[in-house]
Structures are given as structure tokens and as C-alpha cells.
Write a protein that binds this ligand. Structure first.
Ligand SMILES: [Zn+2]
Ligand SMILES: [Zn+2]
Length: 320
């Protein structure tokens, strides 16, 4: 399938390629978050036709390998991701005018007519990640939930957690403007970790009990420690931040509190559900898209995003 890109967004992982922290083939097209209009389909594409509006997932699964057949699409043996270079199948990315989607029938999802491209833009990556972070073990209504890190993924986790009617939904970050956005996404309490010790504050907010679910969208030694300290007995820690750190984990704390810790990267099997939730007004993460640039001006978008200028959270890139 060839998709004419209607909008793409810039992800933190794209930034590493641009700054050179992660090596990338020169002139390779990057980007893995996008939406667009089907332009052309090959003979094996049965479910889509030119003109369909679709969400492009961050990566694609072949649908035929043993992992895919077992439903573990994230573990697809082809290991294909858009715009991530040689290690991920050399698939040119979506920060372009057009993008080629292999195995399209298995992977793209139609956008409902009443949902705009902007509303759907984050479904193929950060919203899916935030949502999965909440639903590894779905919370019960009235549970208390803490989210560490209010970047795009953490804020999507806050918005997703709200769907489960938590009593307290506590967001932690170092930047006040991100905490303000967390309140907009439905947080009931916010903690600036520069000013307060987050775990202690969370325990005191919850009457000494702690939260039933902690979501760590940062995964630094500090946030992991905080999660262990602020999660209630029998509670669940979901680690959805990409961490380069080796950390010491207080295993005895986990043992005595019967804690469960789960981690992993996005599974994209909930994209249709998320689009339906957007269609019916149950979740709206468009406020996270704080900036818009045209494709020819994309480097300005990278600058604003990379330097977090002007309270930037997410940059949308649109065709010229
Ligand atoms: Zn991304
Ligand atoms: Zn596969």
C-alpha cells in the first residue's frame, strides 16, 4: 500500500537519529508516527482502497510468522519498524509525502469519518503505548494510580487511566507546564519532583497505603525506586519508558509487598479500540499536539521539540 501522508509527528526516538546519538544511514527517511490517505494498493491488499483514511502503525507485523500467529505481533520475526534504519528492516519512514506500507491489510487501521487526522495522529504509537501501560492489568474503578513522567507517552497514560475511573490519578514530572497538561488530561493531583519527594508525597496523599498501579514512563533509577516505594501491597508497576540504565532494584521491597512489575514496548493491537474511544468522545489527546510545522520546515519542528521551546509537547508535521 502507498499512503499519501496527511500528518506525521516527531518522536523522542527520531531526535536521537537527528542528533547522531543513534547512528542512521545518511538521507534515510525517518518517522514512525503518521496518518494519511490510501493512494494505491497492490494486488494482495483486500481490505483497503484508494481514498481510505488510515492510521499508520509505528511498526508492521507480517501476520504469518509463528509469533504473529500466536498473537504476539510486537515480537514479529520480521522486526519491521518505519524510519528506524537497517536494524529494523530498512523501511523508509513517514516524515515524507508518501510512505510504502508492507503487509498493509494486517497493519493499518481505518479512521472513522467523524475523527480528524489530528485526533487520530497519536494512535499508532504514543497513545497505544500509554494505553497498554495502563491495561497490562486493567485497574478497577476507584483505584489510585500514579504516572511518572509527563512527556507524550506519560500524558497518554494519564488520559488512558482516566477511562478506568480512578479515585486519585497522580502525575509526577519535573516541568510545571507538563503537569498543567496532566491536569488537562484528567490528573487529580500533580507533584513536581524538583520540589517534593514524589514517593513520600504519594504515600501521604493515599493515607499511607500507596497506589494500586504505578506507571513509569521515564524509567530512571529514581522513578523505579519511587514506584517500588509508592505502590501499595499487591500492586502493579508498569514500566513503559525506554531506559538505558542499569538499576539496583530493592527486590526485598517487591517481595514483602507482593509487587508485580511488567515492561515492554508498544503493542498495537488496540488501535481500533482507541479510534472508537476517540470517535465517541471518551478520550482526546489532541491538546498534546502543541506545535505544527510544514514538511519543508521540519528542522524547525525538531529544534522546538528537541529544546522543549515554548512549552512544546508534540509537533505535528503537515504537507506543504
Ligand atoms: Zn514514537
Ligand atoms: Zn510476523
Amino acid at each position: 500500500m502507498i499512503v499519501k501522508v496527511a500528518a506525521a509527528s516527531i518522536c523522542g526516538s527520531d531526535l536521537h537519529f537527528v542528533t547522531g546519538e543513534v547512528p542512521m544511514t545518511p538521507n534515510f527517511i525517518i518517522g514512525h508516527e503518521g496518518v494519511g490517505i490510501v493512494d494505491e494498493v497492490g494486488p494482495y491488499v483486500k481490505n483497503f482502497k484508494p481514498g481510505d483514511r488510515v492510521v499508520i502503525p509505528g511498526g508492521v507485523a507480517c501476520g504469518a510468522c509463528s509469533e504473529c500467529r500466536a498473537g504476539r505481533y510486537y515480537a514479529c520475526e520480521k522486526d519491521l519498524m518505519f524510519g528506524a534504519g537497517k536494524n529494523k528492516g530498512d523501511l523508509p519512514g513517514v516524515q515524507a509525502e508518501y510512505v510504502r506500507i508492507p503487509y498493509a491489510d494486517n497493519n493499518v487501521v481505518k479512521i472513522p469519518d467523524s475523527v480528524s487526522f489530528k485526533q487520530a495522529l497519536l494512535v499508532g504509537d504514543v497513545l497505544s503505548t500509554g494505553y497498554i501501560g495502563v491495561t497490562y492489568r486493567p485497574p478497577q474503578p476507584g483505584d489510585d494510580i500514579a504516572v511518572f513522567g509527563c512527556g507524550p507517552v506519560g500524558l497518554c497514560a494519564v488520559a488512558s487511566a482516566k477511562l478506568f475511573s480512578p479515585a486519585r490519578l497522580i502525575a509526577v514530572d519535573l516541568e510545571d507546564y507538563r503537569l498543567e497538561m496532566a491536569l488537562k488530561m484528567g490528573a487529580t493531583h500533580v507533584i513536581n519532583a524538583r520540589e517534593a519527594r514524589a514517593a513520600r508525597e504519594i504515600r501521604s496523599l493515599t493515607g499511607g497505603v500507596g497506589v494500586q498501579l504505578s506507571i513509569d514512563a521515564v524509567a530512571t533509577p529514581q522513578t523505579i525506586d519511587d514506584c517500588l516505594a509508592c505502590t501499595a501491597k499487591g500492586g502493579f508497576i508498569s514500566m513503559i519508558g525506554m531506559s538505558p540504565f542499569h538499576v539496583n532494584v530493592a527486590l526485598l521491597k517487591m517481595f514483602y509487598k507482593n509487587l508485580t512489575l511488567v515492561s515492554g514496548y508498544t503493542s498495537l493491537h488496540e488501535m481500533s479500540r482507541l479510534l472508537k474511544l476517540i470517535e465517541f468522545g471518551k478520550i482526546d489527546v489532541t491538546p498534546l499536539i502543541t506545535h505544527e510545522v510544514t514538511l519543508s520546515n521540519i528542522l524547525e519542528g525538531y529544534r522546538i521539540f528537541g529544546e522543549r521551546l515554548d512549552n512544546c509537547i508534540k509537533v505535528m508535521v503537515v504537507p506543504d
